[in-house]
Design a protein around this ligand. Sequence first.
Ligand code: HEM
Length: 298
Amino acid sequence: MATPQAAILKGPPEQARYLMFDIRAGATAPEDIRQILSQLSAEIDGITAAVGIGAPLVSYLDAEVPGLRSFPAWSGKGVTGVARQSCLWLWLRGSDQGELMHRARRFCQLLAPVFIATDEVQAFKYKEGRDLTGYIDGTENPTGQDAISTAIISNGNPDMEASSFVTAQRWLHNFSAFDAMSQSQKDDAIGRRLSDNEEFGDAPASAHVKRTAQESFDPEAFLLRRSMPWNMGGDSGLQFVAFAHTLDAFEVQWRRMLGLEDGVCDALFQFSCAINGAHFWCPGIVQGRLNLKVLGVE
Ligand code: HEM
């Protein structure tokens, strides 16, 4: 029986490390890639390490994962949404930054014959699960059975059973701009009060929680968000990560945040911008290994 990679249904850990990989330049035989993916599969428990597969890798292997596509390069009025699709995504979870660094290093060594790490970032939990702006992130996440039906695929296709889709998008905050906003401007941008985390009815249409109100889409667009703050040198922000059984849920929200629906951009853009974005398919686990049959990997 297939089970989901358990990390998806667990809350964010204390520390995490996200890596993205591309296929090394030069001709790499699909059989070599399959062999490395098979070795990777044996190392992934789905809890301390989760994996996502990108559309460019699937097409390189002449395979098809129904519903998987590359991240769209959309932009809105004065705001850009950077697409940086890659082949493979790793989400390492733990409580010790040093230990995660060493695990990341070992995964890079394992993958090195065919993959090169093109992005790596350390992320962490801030207080009880807040964005670095101080606002609690994840309040409206579905829980229990709703979390499972939001994030996990169960459609009768044995190759897809217990798998999920994830969107990873890194946001860079501009704290000078954020600090210059009054408390009510900040609350208006999020659509919740920092003081008590309550939503308020008269928030402007640009308020983030109005742009992304999950029940307001048709069909409803629920996401299971597992985002975490990140910091590298003087740069910091939110590593947005959201799981769903379809990539449509993210994309309809993203369109509305960019103002592509009604010309109103999400107020988050007043103090933050997206600096990359990628979609991945997170296979289920069968008998302790990733179920990569659809890619021809045993
Ligand atoms: C700088 C980046 C972002 C920050 C700081 C941020 C922060 C927040 C905060 C503070 C909330 C309110 C509490 C909660 O329900 O979690 C929220 C809600 C939400 N966010 Fe974001 N978010 C960001 C990006 C995104 C993106 C890119 C999406 C999807 C395209 C998204 C989707 C959602 C959804 C679905 C909700 C719940 C809306 C509802 O149904 O009430 N967020 N976010």
